[in-house]
Design a protein. Sequence first.
Length: 380
Amino acid sequence: MIDMSERKSDWVVERYNYQHQVKGIRKQLFSALQNSLVAGKYILTDEVSVFEQELGHYVGSKHALGVNSGTDSLMLALTALSIGKGDEVITVANTFHATVLAILRTGAQPVLVDCEAQTYLMDINQVEAAISPRTKAIIVVHFCGKAVDMKPLLELADRYNLYIVEDACQAIGAKWQSRHVGSIGALGCFSFHPSKNLAAAGDAGAVVTSDLSVDRLLRKLRHFGQVEQNNHQLLGFNSKLDAIQALVLHYKLPFLDEWNVQRAKIAQDYRDRLAHLPLTFQTVDDKSSHVYHLFQIRTPVRDALLGYLRDKGIDAVIRYPVPIHLQPAFSQLEYKPGDFPVAEALAKECLCLPIRPDLTMKEVDYVVHMINEYFEKCEL
Ligand SMILES: *Cc1c(COP(=O)(O)O)cnc(C)c1O
C-alpha cells in the first residue's frame, strides 16, 4: 500500500503531477522564465518562433503557429479555410465541447455523426451520408489520444473535395502509419491546456499546416488581421501564444515521446491486469498509435465504481458525461436523445482511470486492487 504521510494532497493516486513534468529542467526553465519576465518582451518574441519551429519539426508540418488555446486553434483553422455562415462542417458526437463550439463560432453549421463502439472514434461509415452540397470540411478528432485511421477519410475528402481539419488536442505525438497526427489533414490543431500530454502553465494552443499561404493567413488572423501596424486587412482575432508559455513548452517538448511511451505502458498494464473483469476498453490496432491522454474503462456500473474508487482516494473522473448533442448550449442544433446511441452509451458507461507518465507500479497496483475489490464486494 501507499504511504499517505508523504503525500501533499488527500488523493492516494493523483491525476496530475506537475512536479514530475519539470524534473530535470527546473533550473533552466525557471531562469529562462525569470529572464523573460524582467526583459518585458512577452508577445510574439523569439521564444515563440523557436517553439513554433520545434513543434513544426516534431509534428512533420512545415509551419506551426502558436495561439491562445486549442479552441482558438480550431476557430482559426476553420476561418483560414474561409469556413463560415452557410457552410457545414462534419464532426463526431463523441468529443470535447470545444470542437463543436469552434464550428458554431465561425457561423458554420456542425453536422454530427456517431462514433464506433470499439474505437470510440468517429464512425467513418456514417460520414458520407452526412455530406451535403454545403459541406466544406470534416473535423476528425483523435479522441483520448488514439489516432484515427485516416485512409478512408482522406479518400472521402478527396472524392467530395472537402478539407480535413485534425483536432489533435488530445493526441500530440500519436501517429497514423508513420505520420504524426496534425500533419495529415489540411490543418492540425493542438491544445497545451495543463491537462494535456504536453502542458503549458495555462491556456495555449497551436495550428500546424504545410501550406505556406495558409500559414501566412493564420499569422495575420491571430494578430488582429493586420499585415503591419495599423493596417488591418482582415477581420481577425487576438490569439497569440505567450512567450512565457512558449518557454514552458520548449523545455518540455523533448520529453514528450518518452512520456507518451510511459503512458502507453501503463495503459497496457491496466488492460492486462483488468482483463478478467466485466470491463471493456477502447480497442487498439496496429494502423495507428495511442498516446493515452485518457485511459477510459467502460462498464454499466460506472457511477458506482467511480464512487468506490474516489472514496478510496483514486482521482478517477468521468470525461464528458453529457454528449455534445445533448448539451443545452447546442440546443439550436435540434438533436435529441437517441440520435447518437453509441456516443450516449459511452457517456453513460465510461470513466477515466488516472494515467500520467510517472504513475508508479505501486499506484497502478493500488488502482487495480481497488477495482478488483469493488467487483468482489459489490458486483460478482
Ligand atoms: C482540450 C480540447 C480542445 C480545446 O483545447 P483548449 O486548449 O482547452 O481550448 C479541443 N478539442 C479537444 C478534443 C480537446 O480535448
